[in-house]
Ligand binder design. Structure first.
Ligand code: COD
Length: 302
């Protein structure tokens, strides 16, 4: 049965509340903002949690933030590299359905996830998907990959896209509209993303990328606005109605998402997908709301 289509974070949260609660393993949970976010997510019935890290510090923070110690499980692993490995192992053993980065560095956690023997590899590419809600747009925007793959080639972009399609489906978008973003709508060999975009459209045409309505190269104005498409004389099946915005590289994706958050107050959540379980990678500057949305997103797709 197709999932109900999610069009806002409020709807996402109420949907997750009504699902079976998923367990989150947190690597180095000894951070004030982390404990505050976990408390909020537990109180909203979104998740349950295994807090892995320095137990003395975690307990102290739980008391400070009034998170009932009976409501969480704890594993004492003060060393952060080891905590990352234990958190990964917890997921691997099926004792948690998703993973979250606490005070451990992003690359330490990702390296533990990518470990050939003990990690959570599934054979596919891991990639980051941001989900954005802005007042000015009529649906959720999925932006990928502004968080993990630095300069993906066309083959990696195809995998990044397939991962995002999986996320879209979990959000009830059965055949997402995809814009392969560039600065222009014509293929220009000096702009690699335009060449890659044309390649991806061809791959979808041949069935190598399934269940998408795709166009590219396409500029952001056309992807987001039917009026811009009309003024440019562009006829595109995705114009003004894009679900997945495939960006050229990590820098453009990261700048794009952060612009929306800081300039127009976008609501945002993000996860790394493609591993054995979703990975919530919160940044220190993420708002409490964004942290909650990312956890809800992880729970929704796990
Ligand atoms: N998916 C699957 N396997 C991968 C991936 C991936 N995305 N990336 C690397 N691997 C595998 C490789 O095939 C190899 O077997 C092994 O992992 C190591 O590969 P390296 O040496 O290329 O990778 P690392 O360990 O140097 O770096 C991987 C990172 C994810 C740490 C790196 O790509 C990175 O730093 N990305 C940016 C993360 C970041 O800073 N984000 C900022 C916003 S939070």
């Amino acid at each position: 049965m197709a999932n109900e289509k999610i069009t806002s974070f409020d709807q996402l949260i109420s949907t997750v509340k009504n699902k079976e609660r998923k367990r989150l393993a947190i690597a180095s949970a000894e951070g004030e903002a982390i404990i505050a976010a976990v408390k909020q997510a537990i109180e909203k019935n979104l998740i349950s949690a295994v807090l892995i890290g320095d137990q003395v510090k975690i307990e102290e923070l739980c008391r400070k933030k009034r998170l009932d110690l009976n409501k969480v499980e704890m594993v004492n692993v003060p060393d952060s590299k080891l905590a990352a490995m234990v958190a990964v192992e917890t997921v691997k053993q099926g004792k948690a359905e998703m993973l979250m980065k606490g005070k451990v560095g992003t690359s330490t956690l990702l390296k533990a996830v990518l470990d050939k023997e003990n990690g959570l590899r599934t054979g596919g590419l891991l990639s980051h998907v941001s989900v954005i809600e802005v007042e000015a747009y009529h649906k959720l925007m999925l932006v990928t990959d502004g968080g993990m793959n630095i300069k993906p080639d066309v083959k990696q972009k195809a995998d990044i896209l397939k991962n995002a399609v999986d996320v879209a489906k979990k959000l009830g978008i059965e055949k997402p509209k995809v814009s392969c973003l560039a600065a222009v709508e014509l293929v220009n060999p000096d702009m690699q993303e335009t060449v890659d975009a044309a390649g991806l459209v061809k791959m979808a045409e041949r069935g190598d990328i399934k269940d998408v309505i795709i166009d590219g190269p396409i500029a952001f104005d056309v992807a987001i606005s039917p009026e811009a498409a009309r003024l440019k004389g562009m006829i595109s099946p995705v114009a003004g109605d894009t679900d997945i915005f495939l960006v050229p590289d990590i820098a453009s994706g990261n700048i794009f998402v952060k612009s929306l958050i800081y300039l127009v107050g976008a609501k945002a959540g993000g996860v790394v997908v493609g591993a054995g379980a979703p990975i919530v990678l919160l940044s220190r500057s993420d708002s409490a709301q964004s942290k909650l949305y990312s956890m809800a997103l992880g729970a929704m797709i796990s």
